[in-house]
Design a protein around this ligand. Structure first.
Ligand SMILES: *[C@@H]1O[C@H](CO)[C@@H](O)[C@H](O)[C@H]1NC(C)=O
Ligand SMILES: *[C@@H]1O[C@H](CO)[C@@H](O)[C@H](O)[C@H]1NC(C)=O
Ligand SMILES: *[C@@H]1O[C@H](CO)[C@@H](O)[C@H](O)[C@H]1NC(C)=O
Ligand SMILES: *[C@@H]1O[C@H](CO)[C@@H](O)[C@H](O)[C@H]1NC(C)=O
Ligand SMILES: *[C@@H]1O[C@H](CO)[C@@H](O)[C@H](O)[C@H]1NC(C)=O
Ligand SMILES: *[C@@H]1O[C@H](CO)[C@@H](O)[C@H](O)[C@H]1NC(C)=O
Ligand SMILES: *[C@@H]1O[C@H](CO)[C@@H](O)[C@H](O)[C@H]1NC(C)=O
Ligand SMILES: *[C@@H]1O[C@H](CO)[C@@H](O)[C@H](O)[C@H]1NC(C)=O
Ligand SMILES: *[C@@H]1O[C@H](CO)[C@@H](O)[C@H](O)[C@H]1NC(C)=O
Ligand SMILES: *[C@@H]1O[C@H](CO)[C@@H](O)[C@H](O)[C@H]1NC(C)=O
Ligand SMILES: *[C@@H]1O[C@H](CO)[C@@H](O)[C@H](O)[C@H]1NC(C)=O
Ligand SMILES: [Cu+2]
Length: 562
């Protein structure tokens, strides 16, 4: 009798412990299958690459500081890698994802279990494919909730939370688009529609009168920065790129490819009316084609309201496509929280000064090449005049195993040739870049300042530049050429925004700073996909520090082979 009781209570205990463990496992271990699925958009059905058949893909939900595992099985026909955009992966670049930078691709039929280490990130980030152009459909949101416990959000707890993911949709196969662009050397065709949570116009956001909603915006588009607005409603931005900000209220937001943004929406308007959320391009290049369609979603108040059938939804005001002032009026207001609970450490003394141009280039036509770029050239792109070439083995492995000949350590600290970068007319001879796999090596704990200088070669454009492994402070930006003796005096070293993707303004510059305290191999690139493909990229290698906690962790046993 006694024994039976003991056994049964032991069993119950066992069961509790076991189910708890299983629950934890279920939360921290994800099984993802990269596979094709059929989707119909714009009255046209096509096969697209997805994770688990979903478009957009599954939302990862974690708490601040957690580590999770994602087992990625490639059931598709293309090489694939996955990247956790904005997750710093302290000392562990092995799971970061960019193809031939930190890993070789997961080939069809193969599996790779990626360890995703969250540390200081909070708010919203996202994940996406980081090989060829599959990220057009292989992407999804990452929600980082506050740590379990009393801390919570640094703003009134919203009544509900909704991811809002922007994408671009082509009627044709995106892989064909890449293939065609690589063959012709010209600009790829622009997309046929912008999507909101996978839909060009039918996503519905149902709200209750009086409640507040945390909208977790992600721009997963391949080439479009976006203006976004909701008719008659303001948005209060409370976070960007996985860091909370001082709240700012505006009637529109700007979000570039690679960026995420948390904003509160208060449902306090006439419930008898439908409202559009609209998104359309912020695009500045003169003569640069872009998808100029408008995506809409409908904001609808729950309840039995009289106006059925509803009158047509109200469209919000959006700044004009090329309204750079409107874009930077908004971006320039963003500030870090920089308070007791969210202290920041802006590097004040810089040990590594760098300036890099970002440019679109042309390569003159060679015999037998197809050259459908401007004036019969092939399009390219560069940083500091180097058009980055992907090696055939990943740089991280070459670095870790001391394999020579994969990359050179001589990415220049300054533009190799000074000219009036933002002049309206520039000689054609400046358009031709050099090519190479050249990386910047920095010592552990260096404080790096990087000025990204836009150029008007071919056509000036805004470039959303993304750094892996770090968030950086945006301490200043301006128009024209960066002036080293003048511009630093206007830097904000008190509460600059902390981001992982920064828009370099057209005909302008932006300065970022970070402390190189995450050893590893970290890709930096434009998040406009074609610019990345053309070579607007470089790599930072951050060396190990002395202490064990400042050194790279070893690779997992199942790294995909080359
Ligand atoms: C791009 O557009 C051109 C002109 O409309 C068309 O002929 C071509 O098939 C398109 N290419 C792809 C890959 O969609
Ligand atoms: C939106 O914000 C502006 C400026 O702060 C304010 O004038 C306006 O009343 C606000 N609109 C709503 C609907 O809250
Ligand atoms: C959008 O682009 C198309 C094709 O380039 C063009 O014909 C049309 O006028 C543009 N619409 C707007 C509103 O700019
Ligand atoms: C909704 O409101 C209308 C008009 O006020 C009323 O006739 C109808 O019964 C209501 N429906 C429900 C489900 O409450
Ligand atoms: C924006 O585009 C309009 C229409 O194409 C043009 O007239 C205007 O000059 C452009 N503005 C800027 C700042 O480029
Ligand atoms: C160009 O193509 C032709 C025909 O395929 C070939 O005979 C020739 O060697 C090629 N020339 C160069 C420079 O590659
Ligand atoms: C870029 O590099 C190429 C090749 O070395 C050189 O010819 C060209 O002058 C350089 N251009 C600039 C702007 O530095
Ligand atoms: C990093 O640099 C700061 C000064 O910039 C110094 O105080 C600190 O001790 C350094 N940390 C390590 C681990 O080297
Ligand atoms: C194309 O050639 C013309 C004439 O030489 C020149 O004016 C124009 O700037 C060139 N465009 C580009 C993008 O190279
Ligand atoms: C940089 O700014 C200083 C101080 O305003 C000015 O004297 C100098 O001419 C500027 N340099 C250039 C290249 O514009
Ligand atoms: C896939 O990856 C392997 C390993 O890096 C490489 O050898 C192969 O060429 C890649 N296939 C394609 C189609 O890129
Ligand atoms: Cu770019």
């Amino acid at each position: 009798m006694m024994l039976a009781k003991k056994i049964s209570s032991f069993n119950i205990l066992c069961f509790l412990v076991l189910s708890c463990c299983l629950q934890c496992l279920a939360l921290t271990h994800h099984h993802w299958v990269v596979q094709e699925a059929s989707y119909t958009r714009l009255c046209h059905t096509k096969r697209i690459l997805t994770v688990n058949g979903k478009f957009p893909g599954p939302t990862l939900m974690v708490h601040k500081g957690e580590t999770i595992y994602v087992r990625v099985h490639n059931k598709g026909k293309y090489n694939i890698t996955l990247h956790w955009h904005g997750v710093k992966q302290p000392r562990y670049p092995w799971s970061d994802g960019p193809e031939y930078i930190t890993q070789c691709p997961i080939q069809p039929g193969e599996t790779f279990t990626q360890k995703v280490i969250f540390s200081t990130e909070e708010g919203t980030l996202w994940w996406h494919a980081h090989s060829d152009w599959s990220r057009a459909t292989v992407h999804g949101a990452i929600i980082i909730y506050p740590k379990l416990g009393p801390a919570g959000y640094p703003f009134p707890k919203p009544d509900a939370e909704v991811p809002i993911i922007f994408g671009e949709w082509w009627k044709k196969d995106v892989m064909k688009l890449l293939k065609e662009a690589l063959r012709t050397g010209g600009d790829p065709n622009v997309s046929d529609a912008i999507t909101i949570n996978g839909q060009p116009e039918t996503f519905r956001l149902a709200v209750d009168q009086g409640k507040s909603y945390l909208l977790r915006f992600v721009n997963a588009a391949m080439s479009l920065s976006l203006f976004v607005s909701i008719a008659n409603h303001n948005l209060t931005v409370v976070g960007v790129d996985g860091s909370y900000t001082k709240p700012i209220t505006n009637d529109y937001i700007v979000i570039s490819p690679g960026q995420s943004l948390d904003a509160l929406l208060l449902a306090n308007q006439n419930p008898n009316q439908l409202y559009y959320m609209a998104a359309r391009a912020y695009s500045t290049g003169v003569g640069v084609n872009f998808d100029n369609t408008t995506a809409t979603a409908i904001v609808q108040y729950n309840g039995n309201y009289s106006a059925t059938p509803f009158s047509p939804p109200i469209l919000p005001y959006l700044p004009y496509y090329n309204d750079t002032n409107a874009a930077f009026r908004f971006l320039g207001r963003l500030r870090s929280l920089a308070n007791k609970d969210h202290p920041i450490h802006v590097p004040v003394k810089v040990t590594t000064h760098m300036v890099s141009t970002v440019a679109v280039n042309t390569i003159p036509c060679k015999i037998n090449d197809t050259c459908e770029g401007p004036n019969g050239t092939r399009l390219a792109a560069s940083m500091n005049n180097i058009s980055f070439v992907n090696p055939s083995m990943d740089i991280l492995q070459a670095y870790y195993r001391h394999i020579n000949g994969v990359y050179k350590r001589d990415f220049p600290n300054f533009p190799p040739y000074l000219f009036d970068f933002t002049a309206d007319y520039l000689p054609l001879s400046l358009e031709i870049p050099s090519r190479g796999t050249r990386v910047k090596v920095v010592k552990y704990n260096s404080t790096v300042e990087l000025v990204l200088q836009g150029t008007n070669l071919i056509s000036g454009l805004d470039h959303p530049m993304h750094l892996h492994g770090y968030s950086f402070f945006i301490v200043g930006y301006g128009f024209g050429n960066f002036n080293r003796s003048n511009d630093p005096s206007s830097y904000n070293l008190i509460d600059p925004p902390l981001r992982n993707t920064v828009i370099v303004p057209i005909s302008g510059w932006v300065t970022i700073r970070f402390t190189a305290n995450n050893p590893g191999v970290w890709f930096m690139h434009c998040h406009i996909e074609r610019h990345m493909t053309w070579g607007m990229d470089t790599v930072f290698i951050v060396k190990n520090g002395k202490r064990t906690k400042a050194r790279l962790l070893p690779p997992p046993p199942d790294m995909p082979p080359c």
